[in-house]
Ligand binder design. Structure first.
Ligand SMILES: *Cc1c(COP(=O)(O)O)cnc(C)c1O
Length: 397
């Protein structure tokens, strides 16, 4: 509703209304122009997240007269951008984060990639960037992964990180929707996000807010991240790894990860809690998968290492820092962890709040039984070692 109003508003200007109706980045029109000189793939142990990009990228351009150009896979290279471009001036810049994992048969696999495509479509729509065919984009990503297969580390816990991006390229300083865009996909090999399996420590931040009701926190827009870097630096200075983003005393997210707490109920069962998707929370695919796998324990599956007599009740509900502290004092707070594509599941060690630390339960190897079971099951599914609801999709299909 709100979004369609925004788009109608734009139509008064000069941008989206002129767009042709049929828009797609047709994978069948793909041209592939391979690099003549290939980079050395760094040894898995030396990988730092996001530093070495692979040899090729996929690019397609959109303009209001021709629609989408034929997509191209070509050698990785700088883009040429007009300094007045919408993305540089007004942050029309959308991204996704996904990974390709090597299956036991050596075929690269994606994890619930349709979800990334849907989310990217939503994000692009929110900043009035032109629509694209999400099925075609997924085909193109699979092709690019197959081209770059040699970059996927064969070491366990490693993968190829994929960064689909769409930017507004209208070159005019007029404050209006971008009627032109460039969609591209770049990739980098990656190891475990946090090398040592130690917990992350969070600084609860109240004076800076990541997302607010009616804002854009529920979309993967670049503009949501720039304002988080300064508080993040401050947290690091105080010895914390990430900010715990709050709204008042309500917990929203931890860094760029979704937040979970496991609390023992009066009847002995466990509640697995995470804040609801009220527009201030990024609808994480790992979050959704975590909820689904916990809800399936023990009726459809048992999480690795977790006793089937333990019953998990998932609930999307408001969580506050004082409530968390009270549960910790009562000994009912069993686990706190964060989830996302980069980390999969990571334990939270302590939360700094109001000049004090809330100490959370600690476990050998850092994750508690629920977090550990989830981590093991999620990575099994991602790497194609366990089948679950067609979540893992081979790239050669
Ligand atoms: C990307 C992201 C997540 C995690 O989403 P996944 O789909 O699980 O990777 C969580 N929070 C924020 C703010 C994010 O940008």
């Amino acid at each position: 509703m709100a979004i369609s109003q925004v788009q109608n508003g734009v139509a008064n200007g000069d941008a989206v209304a002129a767009a042709p109706a049929e828009l797609d980045t047709q994978a069948s029109k793909l041209t592939i122009n391979l690099a003549t000189q290939l980079k050395d793939v760094p040894p898995a142990a030396e990988l730092k997240f996001g530093q070495v990009l692979t040899d090729h990228m996929m690019v397609a351009h959109y303009d209001p007269i021709h629609g989408w150009s034929a997509p191209e896979i070509k050698p990785y290279a700088p883009l040429s951008i007009d300094p007045a471009s919408s993305c540089l001036q007004y942050a029309t810049n959308v991204f996704e984060g996904m990974k390709a994992y090597l299956g036991p048969d050596g075929t690269p696999r994606l994890f619930r990639p349709d979800k990334n495509m849907q989310r990217m479509e939503m994000s692009a729509g929110r900043v009035a960037l032109p629509p694209f065919d999400t099925n075609e984009l997924l085909k193109l990503i699979k092709k690019l992964v197959m081209v770059e297969k040699r970059w996927i580390p064969t070491v366990k816990g490693h993968s190829l990180y994929i960064r689909p991006t769409i930017i507004g390229t209208r070159s005019s300083l007029g404050v209006a929707a971008s009627d032109s865009a460039t969609l591209y996909v770049i990739m980098c090999p990656t190891g475990p996000y946090f090398r040592s399996p130690r917990p992350v420590n969070l600084l609860a931040v109240q004076e800076h807010v990541r997302a607010w009701p009616g804002g854009t926190g529920g979309y993967k827009l670049a503009l949501n991240y720039a304002p988080t870097f300064k508080p993040q630096q401050y947290a690091a200075k105080l010895g914390y790894d990430q900010c715990l983003w709050l709204l008042g005393d309500k917990i929203t997210e931890a860094g760029a990860m979704n937040f979970f707490a496991v609390v023992r109920r009066d009847d002995g069962d466990l509640d697995v809690l995470t804040p609801p998707l009220d527009g201030t929370i990024l609808p994480g695919i790992t979050r959704d998968s975590t909820l689904a796998l916990c809800a399936a324990h023990p009726s459809r599956t048992t999480l690795p290492g977790l006793d089937p007599s333990i019953r998990l009740h998932t609930s999307e509900r408001e969580l506050t820092v004082p409530q968390l502290a009270a549960w910790a004092d009562e000994g009912r707070l069993l686990e706190v962890f964060s989830v996302g594509t980069a980390v999969v599941v990571v334990a939270v060690g302590r939360i700094g709040f109001d000049g004090k630390d809330i100490t959370l339960p600690s476990y050998e190897g850092s994750l508690g039984p629920v977090g550990r079971g989830l981590y093991d099951r999620l990575t099994e599914i991602q790497e194609g070692r366990t089948e679950w609801d067609n979540w893992s999709v081979p790239c050669d299909s």
